[in-house]
Design a protein around this ligand. Structure first.
Ligand code: FES
Ligand SMILES: [Fe+2]
Length: 347
């Protein structure tokens, strides 16, 4: 059985990519077609016609309804068939699944579980994204050929930064600094401080630091699909380690994960920063993030290939794995709970 938490909001696509053209996505193994209705809101339907299983995304919109491109069966936004050409009676089975979908943080979020459990109060938000003192920059939808939990491992793991991202987000000063973590209400928080060390390359470029800095990263993981990394630097002794952030450079790097299937996922990333920048500077900054996240992609895809080899050895655990191990326990527990509830309902 697939290793997915179903009752959750996942990013389906960037809002900027959804319009009146039909957009096809695969999410948790489900084929989904997305489009924007005439009132501007988004519809999400199963992308499989119940007649001969043609993708509805090969059809066309008729107002807010979707007409199959093969024989013209037409479905409304609730997934109900409203027309079968040449046939006045519409059978009860003539429908497709409709998914709850809402927009926030520049993304359309889809609920992949029981529709009656969809609760927008559970949708993630980040206060700084909306704060005019901060500035938000949209990134990409980065496809990664690995299981989404492998990406989630990476996003509960500050230790890799000292080795994978030496040209952008890391440097050797943090190699031996222990990583700490704790369980939170809906996930796990992983962090470490690197006091009195040279600024990382990104902050050497954009931070105007003249000497060493106190640097932090806090990895906030909210199960199953949200990872937000609060990282920044301040001049040594400026009070950042005591909670003062008035003389620092600070980013929230957001990774919103969409599992595609068991061995593929999408990293929808954006960042929010505590300073403004002109367009060329912002572009240069985004390119640095792009380099870094592609470094993660390279290593995660190579790991997936090794894991998929016949007779692959089991990974060993070291101290820095405490947080990813806890993250996976949380996911297992959520899936067990969903399975138990589904079993009880079926009984
Ligand atoms: S496959 Fe859709 S109407 Fe025939
Ligand atoms: Fe990374």
């Amino acid at each position: 059985m697939a290793n997915f938490v179903r009752n959750a909001w996942y990013p389906a696509a960037w809002s900027r990519d959804i319009g009146r053209a039909l957009t096809r996505r695969e999410i948790l193994g489900d084929l989904v077609v997305l489009y924007r209705k005439q009132d501007g809101s988004v519809a999400a339907l199963e992308d499989v016609c119940p007649h001969r299983l043609a993708p509805l995304s090969m059809g066309k919109l008729k107002g807010d309804n979707l007409e199959c491109g093969y024989h013209g069966m037409t479905f409304d936004c609730a997934g109900q068939c409203v027309r079968i050409p040449g046939q006045p009676i519409i059978p009860r089975t003539a429908k497709v699944r409709a998914y709850p979908i809402v927009e926030r943080l520049g993304l359309a979020w889809i609920w992949t579980g029981d529709a009656d459990k969809a609760d927008t109060a559970k949708l993630y938000d980040l206060g700084q994204y909306h704060d005019p003192a901060w500035s938000a920059v949209e990134g990409d939808a980065l496809p990664i050929d690995c299981n989404y939990l492998s990406l989630a491992d990476n996003l509960c793991d500050p230790a890799h930064v000292s080795f994978v991202h030496l040209s952008t987000l890391g440097n050797a000063a943090s190699e031996d600094i222990p990583v700490e973590h704790k369980r939170t209400d809906d996930g796990v928080l992983t962090w470490r401080w690197i006091p009195d060390a040279p600024a990382i390359p990104l902050f050497q470029k954009f931070g105007n630091f003249t000497g060493n800095v106190d640097r932090w990263h806090y990895y906030h993981y909210h199960a199953p699909s949200i990872a937000v990394i609060d990282f920044g630097s301040a001049p040594v002794g400026a009070g950042a380690m005591d909670g003062r952030r008035d003389n620092c450079i600070q980013f929230f790097a957001c990774h919103f994960i969409t599992p595609v299937d068991e061995s593929r996922c999408i990293d929808h990333w954006l960042y929010v920063k505590n300073f403004k920048s002109d367009e060329p500077t912002t572009k240069a900054m985004s390119d640095q993030f792009r380099v870094a996240f592609n470094e993660d992609k390279d290593i995660l895809e190579a790991i997936q290939k090794n894991e998929d080899r016949p007779g692959a050895r089991r990974p060993m655990r070291i101290k820095i794995d405490a947080s990813p191990v806890q993250m996976r326990r949380i996911i297992d527990h959520m899936i067990e709970q969903e399975t138990a509830v589904a079993g009880a309902t079926a009984a």
